[in-house]
Design a protein. Structure first.
Ligand SMILES: [Zn+2]
Length: 246
């Protein structure tokens, strides 16, 4: 017969009160888990694959970048990752960000990356932030800040209001447009190292522009952390077995 313990009852009650789901496939998971076992095994650990300097699966270090290192935990084009990013972005479902933050911290420590002075989230325009109620880059930044025990600053980078969305443009257009979208405050970042974070890195043009503004303000080191990166070599290791059950 199964022995009933106080702790067992507590866990049982927590599972009923706060049913948790895998951010990728939607399976029910224990309240103290962040994703299910099969997704943990099926998804490619992007941090083990990407070039640490440019953050791409196919190194693009020949193109000039303003950031110094990139940490990305998942490949956006892997099965169910886009869905997890969508739910994080629009519904604030934070398991993906918790997983990515823990993974980033683990890699940074193993690689003896110096601890940044603070975190700067990629900003959202004021209008859009009010409409959505949150900025997912800030949510990720808060979780990263907790894990690394460093503060997050929202007084450094800003974004102008525009209805024209960056993701609707081609890579060449994005590179040109991005230069007009962001601006820095008056902070002097001389000698500072900054952790710049966002939910996804696609071509890297947004993060590159934000990093350039930080460098212009004096930042010595800009490390990027994102939950997911987009593959440039066009392959993906999607596993059809892991469709999200709604
Ligand atoms: Zn799962």
């Amino acid at each position: 017969m199964t022995k009933i313990t106080v702790n067992g009852i507590k866990l049982f009650v927590l599972d009923i009160l706060f049913p948790s789901r895998c951010p990728f496939c939607g399976e029910f998971i224990m309240w103290n888990e962040l994703c299910c076992e099969s997704c943990r095994e099926a998804l490619t650990a992007a941090n083990d694959v990407i070039c640490r300097k440019c953050g791409q699966d196919k190194c693009r270090c020949n193109e000039k970048r303003s950031f110094d290192a990139v940490y990305g935990s998942y490949f956006f084009d892997d099965e169910n990752v886009a869905g997890a990013v969508y739910r994080f972005k629009h519904e604030g479902e934070s398991n993906l960000a918790e997983l990515a933050a823990a993974d980033t911290v683990r890699h940074m420590k193993a690689e003896e990356m110096p601890l940044p002075d603070f975190i700067v989230p990629v900003p959202m325009s004021v209008k859009k932030r009010i409409a959505r109620g949150h900025n997912q880059a800030e949510l990720f930044g808060k979780i990263l800040g907790k894990a690394l025990k460093i503060p997050m600053r929202r007084d450094i980078l800003f974004k102008i209001d525009t209805k024209d969305e960056q993701h609707k443009h081609t890579e060449a257009e994005r590179k040109k447009r991005v230069k007009t979208l962001f601006y820095g405050g008056n902070a002097d970042l001389s000698g500072k190292s900054v952790l710049l974070c966002d939910d996804v890195m696609t071509t890297g043009s947004t993060l590159n522009e934000c990093a350039a503004i930080l460098k212009n303000a004096g930042a010595e080191l800009v490390i990027v952390s994102v939950c997911a990166v987009t593959r440039l070599n066009g392959q993906n290791s999607s596993d059809k077995k892991h469709m999200r059950k709604e």
